[in-house]
Design a protein around this ligand. Structure first.
Ligand code: UDX
Length: 466
């Protein structure tokens, strides 16, 4: 099929590469000419596993990049809108980019098109797209609007796309739903997974994928409600972690106990300094706002956000508990990305933590395997020292803070780390270590939802000093 993807951000670029991978002719549009030039030159632009391979396989063949929306619209029958939907000041999603795209399609339409909302949008957006198309002169019989939300996680977006747990198609017209089903056939019948050149399946892949066909409104709600629910699960376990700290329980044991109930499940039950990223915070606010505007005051969502914000301040208290005065203390910060496996720092709790620590006048040396360049853009020159090596970061540090769950941070050489640091103190905002491992290696260890652990020899030294 001939497919156009409008918007080449995380979602658009991954979708474009993956649609080419399952056999379609794809033209991917971005109005940023420098971005299009870079993509045409062979750059990947984002840190995403398997994306470079897919772009190299299909660029210039089944996958083309352009800055001209009109060309893309004319040469395709299915058009995916994957432009940004940032939060407006009111908390509503700002849909002006979606509206602009709908206008452009209406003005160029030359044959029947299926317009697919891929960006996360509030309920009723498909109706608005339809209305804008008509207002801009597109004949009613020339197009259908479908909602096909994505559930891609950054870092695993390519495999999430090629091996999704479900594909949701929200359409008010059976023929449009059928066309979309055809677009995804290689995933729905399992034929893609059988190809020798297929990107390898992740462990938890469900092949073939389940198809769920709904009304457009239901599909729109599925997307927002799914993200809100996942964010709620994270805030819930973070709140439980706080109770665990208060009563001397171990949240990791609690997670194991809770997560093994199939009705609860163990995923998204990892306590930490909170969720971030370009989706959860924005989608939660938008869902809250949409619910309110439609007459339902969804206050549970406020509480989810509040708990998330509070986690940072609780973590700051832990740093104080470990070091007393913070002014002038040298802190080694591991992680700037909002989660491991990505260079994305949007709404990153790690960045928020660094900002709080800078306010306390700490000296920050930070290391992130992928997000350093992006982080450099948001701090003033010299405000934060950036390091390119984990162990250099720790040199002479008063404490080491783990803020992002990168795999590299979970497998540190603890002897080498201990030797580099001034004080062997680790404050782990992602619970990457077992407390026993840390105290055996001589570290005083603070984590989330578990009590502080101090090695025996440190306790003896402190007692002798007292
Ligand atoms: C999320 C959704 O998972 C995806 O379906 C949707 O399409 C986009 O938003 P993403 O933002 O890439 O994807 O990241 P995700 O892996 O879901 O993590 C979001 C945040 O929650 C991260 O900051 C992560 O560190 C945090 N998190 C996640 C936790 O704190 N605990 C958990 O148990 C899981």
């Amino acid at each position: 099929m001939d497919i156009a993807i409008i918007g080449s951000g995380y979602v658009g670029l991954v979708a474009a590469a993956a649609f080419a991978e399952i056999g379609h002719n794809v033209i991917c549009v971005d109005n940023d000419v420098t971005k299009v030039d870079a993509l045409n030159r062979g750059e990947t632009l984002i840190h995403e596993r398997f994306l470079p391979e897919l772009l190299a396989r299909h660029r210039g063949d089944r996958l083309r990049f352009t800055s001209c929306v009109d060309d893309a619209v004319r040469s395709s029958s299915v058009i995916f809108i994957a432009v940004g939907t940032p939060s407006a000041e009111s908390g509503d999603a700002d849909l002006s980019l979606v509206e602009n795209v709908a206008c452009s399609i209406a003005q160029t339409i030359n044959s029947h098109k299926i317009i697919v909302e891929k960006s996360t949008v509030p309920v009723c957006t498909s109706q608005w797209i339809r209305r804008v198309m008509l207002q801009n002169g597109a004949p009613r019989e020339m197009f259908d609007v479908v909602c096909n939300p994505e559930f891609l996680r950054e870092g695993t977006a390519v495999t999430d796309f090629l091996y999704p747990h479900r594909i949701v198609i929200g359409a008010d017209c059976a023929s449009a739903a059928e066309t979309l089903r055809k677009v995804y056939t290689p995933l729905l019948d399992g034929s893609y997974a059988k190809l020798t050149k297929a990107i390898p399946q992740p462990d938890n892949a469900v092949v073939p994928t389940r198809l769920i066909v709904t009304s457009a409104e239901s599909a729109e709600v599925i997307k927002h409600a799914s993200n809100a629910f996942l964010a709620m699960k994270i805030s819930f376990i973070n709140a439980v972690a706080n109770v665990c700290e208060a009563v001397g329980a171990d949240v990791e044991e609690v997670c194991k106990g809770m997560g093994s109930d199939a009705r609860i499940g163990s995923e998204f039950l990892k306590p930490g300094i909170g969720y971030g990223g370009s989706c959860f915070p924005k989608d939660l606010t938008a869902f809250r706002s949409v619910s309110y505007d439609s007459g339902y005051d969804f206050r549970l969502l406020d509480e989810v956000c509040r708990i998330n914000e509070e986690q940072r301040f609780r973590f700051l208290r832990k740093v104080r508990q470990a070091l007393w005065n913070l002014k002038g203390k040298r802190l080694a910060v591991l992680g700037l990305a909002y989660k491991g496996g990505t260079d994305d720092i949007r709404e990153s709790p790690a960045i928020a933590m660094v900002k709080l620590l800078l306010k306390e006048k700490c000296e920050i040396v930070a290391y992130d395997p992928a997000a350093t360049e992006r982080a450099k853009e948001i701090f003033r020159d010299g405000e934060v020292q950036f390091s390119h090596d984990l162990y250099d970061t720790a040199t002479d540090a008063d404490a080491l803070l783990i803020l992002t769950d990168w795999e590299e941070f979970a497998g540190m050489d603890l002897t080498r780390l201990g030797k580099a640091m001034k004080n062997q103190i680790v404050i782990d905002g992602r619970n990457l270590y077992r407390p026993e491992t840390m105290i055996e290696s001589g570290f005083t260890y603070y984590s989330i939802g578990r009590r502080e652990r101090v090695p025996r020899k440190v306790v003896r030294r402190l007692n002798t000093a007292a």
